[in-house]
Design a protein around this ligand. Structure first.
Ligand SMILES: C[S@@+](CC[C@H](N)C(=O)[O-])C[C@H]1O[C@@H](n2cnc3c(N)ncnc32)[C@H](O)[C@@H]1O
Length: 285
């Protein structure tokens, strides 16, 4: 399956999900000509959304993602942004990027959308905050928080086992030698942010809720759902606690439910807007 297409299909799901109180608080706090840095920016749907909703039309926007295919797609999608918005697209690991730009002019606003739950948050926050000016704003959206709901049930006890084991793969994930995930990132962010001295200006839930209308999913959301089931399949294939044939049947059944417009998918997530302290002394590691 194709990751850039998944990110494009995710856009309408995210549009519905984003917590509107946190979203409007972001607009109210944006400086008039902001310098924004987005990490894990994917194919650029967040900068598109900010322009489409007239949050920004001038300033500087730096989008960093470590997958070159995402940045290539972003370059094509974002060819028509307002000329007064200077766009910089960077295909680089965010930790390497933060080290490389350390000491250069910092940004006013940091965005991480559907990204922090892939990182070791306590280790990542000082690195991310080092990109910001003192008192800089952060917008951390779609942080997964411990619930994957698929309806209708297949075999309820097997559904629960799949959900639990899937969440455990997030907790145990290691990428490039770093712990990289937390299935309760959303709720844990309250503590992680407080530990870094950050002020939370707004917070609220931003659950993905995907269902078919008259048997059809909107836009490309059927692809989004197939990708989610595919991701669970990849994560749990060969898992010693799952009977292989039963799991294969479960995966086939979930894909069939999407084809029939039956599957309802809900993922619990949280959004945050906040400010780092004026004396943040974080150093990129
Ligand atoms: C779930 S996707 C979200 C992408 C985008 N924010 C969106 O919502 O459409 C997570 C993104 O983070 C990127 N990513 C993960 N770890 C990264 C790292 N260490 N440095 C840079 N990008 C990273 C991935 O390549 C991926 O595009």
């Amino acid at each position: 399956m194709d990751f850039p297409r998944y990110l494009a299909a995710k856009k309408t799901v995210d549009d519905r999900a984003l917590n509107k109180e946190v979203w409007w608080a972001l607009r109210d706090h944006l400086p008039p000509e902001p310098a924004i840095i987005e990490v894990g920016a994917g194919i650029g749907t967040m900068v598109e959304r900010l322009v489409e909703q007239e949050f920004i039309w001038q300033g500087r926007y730096t989008a960093v993602d470590h997958h070159p295919a995402n940045i290539t797609t972003a370059r094509q999608r974002l060819a028509h942004l307002p000329p007064a918005l200077r766009l910089e697209l960077v295909a680089e690991d965010l930790y390497a990027f933060a080290r490389r730009v350390h000491g250069r002019e910092p940004w006013d606003v940091l965005i991480a959308h559907a990204v922090l739950d892939l990182l070791d948050i306590p280790a990542a926050l000082p690195v991310l905050f080092s990109l910001l000016k003192p008192d800089g704003l952060f917008y951390f959206s779609l942080n997964f928080d411990g619930a994957t709901i698929l309806e209708p049930a297949t075999d309820p006890s097997f559904d629960v086992l799949v959900e639990q084991l899937y969440h455990r793969t997030m907790d145990e994930r290691v990428v490039s030698g770093r712990p990289s995930g937390d299935s309760y990132s959303g709720r844990h962010l309250f503590t992680h942010l407080r530990n870094r001295g950050a002020e939370i200006l707004a917070a609220g839930s931003s659950d993905w809720v995907v269902w078919a209308r008259h048997g059809r999913y909107p836009a490309d959301e059927a692809y989004f759902l197939h990708f989610i089931i595919h991701t669970m399949h990849q994560a749990l294939q060969g898992h010693p606690e799952l009977e292989a044939a039963q799991f294969d049947q479960w995966v086939a059944q979930r894909h069939a439910q999407i084809e029939n417009g039956e599957l309802v998918y809900i993922a619990h997530q949280l959004d945050f807007l906040g400010r780092i302290p004026s004396t943040e002394m974080a150093v990129a590691k």
